[in-house]
Every structure is written in structure tokens, then in C-alpha cells.
Ligand binder design. Structure first.
Ligand code: HPA
Length: 267
């Protein structure tokens, strides 16, 4: 708790700012930054107690500014479990954003498509998730001031925000689905048998992020909205060797639509 407060104090000292919404930019949402009026950029490395970037990951930054008229705090770059961070480290920025004042959390990610209706570069609005990571960001002492010991998960993603997202999607020239996101630890992609298993247990898409952040946000009662960009297809007949270039190309194709969807969500 002390660490969270110190990080918040540092940020407020840079710019006295009360964001209404928090945004975590995953693969394929870089475009959002271009339409944002950035007032202040703070490198993660400068913020007390923020996880220290690993060699292979990008040096991320926190952006404070306005998007579509709303005050937002944006995480440009996120932390993943597969990089070696604990889930407490991965989710520390969400705690900080809550204390900065956010009332909603928006998240994006890249994911493999398990649902046979999905095509590459489609979007999927998450309506639920399955946590398959071998850890939970809420284990250990509970901070009763932040949230309950046993937080409810009956509505991990806000039904109100999903409804709004689906309405916006109707006006877009892009396939937008809704479905269940399974999170795996990574970093390897899945075997065909694992994809089959994920599909059988009810997942429509699989990825390596988002769920820890959403668990921590829900612990603090923040309504969440998350979108996956489907970057590769993981059902029988469609499975191919996954190449990072192909994933990035799919994410780039979907970027304008994801940017449009997220920015209209703030209206
Ligand atoms: N599996 C897990 N994570 C992913 C995938 C996948 O197929 N595609 C993009 N992120």
C-alpha cells in the first residue's frame, strides 16, 4: 500500500491530474496514442516501485492526457507473466491507476482464435475469461481498503460496456465478436492438443495477458472492458506455424478498428 501511494505521489507531482479512465495498450492499439492529446509522458523506469523493464521488453511509459474529451491515463507497454514478473508486479500499475482516480479500465491484447467463426484480424470483445495461469495477483495479505478477500467475479467484464461496444461495432467495417478469453502463462504458443482442450473448456480465444489486470481491477470494483485482436487461428484445419511477423501484421490490420472502437467507448 505504501508503495502504491509513493508511485501515485510521484505521478501527481509531475502533473496534477485526475483521469476518468485507464487504458492498457496491448499489441495493436498503438494507434490510440496518435489521436490522444498527451499532456505528460512518464517513463516506467522513473516511477517508484514500478516493475523494472526486462532486457527484452520495451521500455514502457505512462501517458496522461485527453482522448475524445475524456481524461485518461494510458499504459503504453505492459508487463507479462512470461517475462518473469510476479502477477503482483504485473498488476501494480492497475493499483496505481485506481488511486489516481480511474472509474473504468479498458484493455487490449493479441490472441489466438479458437472459435471457428473467427478470421484473422477480427476483434473479440471479452465477455468472460478463464484463468489458466499458475498464480493469482490477489494471493497473500489482502488490503481490505482496496477490496474484499474473496472478490466477486460474476461480471468480470461490464455488461453495460459490452453492450455499448457491440452497438459501436455495428457501425464499423470490421468483424467484431464477443467471447471467452483463456489466459495461459506462455511464452510458448499452444500445441494442437492444447488448442483443442482450450476450445473444449469453453474458450473462444487464447492469450498471455489481460486477466491478471482485470482480476485486480475487479478486486477494486472497477468496471472493465477488453478487446482481443485475433492474430492467428487455432482450430483444426487452420493451425499454422505461428510467426511473430504474421501476428504483428494481423494486429496492424486491426489497429484502426480497435482504435476507433476504444476511442468511441470513451464518448
Ligand atoms: N496463443 C497464445 N497467445 C497468443 C496467441 C496464441 O495462439 N496468439 C497471440 N497471442
Amino acid at each position: 500500500m505504501k508503495n502504491i501511494k509513493e508511485a501515485v505521489a510521484y505521478i501527481k507531482n509531475q502533473l496534477d491530474f485526475k483521469p476518468e479512465a485507464g487504458i492498457i495498450l496491448g499489441t495493436g492499439l498503438g494507434g490510440l496514442v496518435k489521436i490522444m492529446e498527451v499532456e505528460k509522458e512518464i517513463p516506467y523506469d522513473d516511477i517508484p516501485h514500478f516493475p523494472v523493464s526486462t532486457v527484452e521488453s520495451h521500455h514502457g511509459k505512462l501517458l496522461l492526457g485527453t482522448l475524445n474529451g475524456k481524461k485518461v491515463v494510458v499504459m503504453q507497454g505492459r508487463f507479462h507473466y512470461y517475462e518473469g514478473y510476479s502477477l503482483k508486479q504485473v498488476t501494480f500499475p492497475v493499483r496505481v491507476m485506481k488511486l489516481l482516480g480511474i472509474k473504468q479500465l479498458f484493455v487490449s491484447n493479441a490472441a489466438g482464435g479458437l472459435n471457428t467463426n473467427f478470421q484473422i484480424a477480427d476483434l473479440m470483445i471479452l465477455n468472460d475469461h478463464i484463468n489458466l495461469q499458475p498464480d493469482n495477483p490477489l494471493t497473500g495479505a489482502n488490503y481490505d481498503k482496496l477490496g474484499p478477500r474473496f472478490p466477486d467475479m460474476s461480471q468480470p467484464y461490464s455488461r453495460k460496456l459490452i453492450k455499448k461496444g457491440l452497438k459501436i461495432a455495428l457501425t464499423m467495417e470490421c468483424n467484431v465478436h464477443q467471447g471467452v478469453y483463456a489466459v495461459v502463462p506462455g511464452p510458448n504458443l499452444e500445441t494442437p492438443a492444447e488448442y483443442k482442450y482450450l476450445s473444449i473448456i469453453g474458450a473462444d480465444a487464447v492469450g498471455m495477458s489481460t486477466v491478471p489486470e482485470v482480476i485486480v481491477a475487479r478486486h477494486m470494483d472497477i468496471p472493465c472492458f477488453a478487446v482481443s485482436v485475433i492474430t492467428d487461428l487455432c482450430y483444426p484445419g487452420a493451425i499454422e506455424e505461428v510467426k511473430i511477423e504474421k501476428i504483428l501484421a494481423a494486429a496492424a490490420k486491426a489497429e484502426p478498428f480497435l482504435t476507433e472502437l476504444m476511442s468511441k467507448m470513451l464518448e
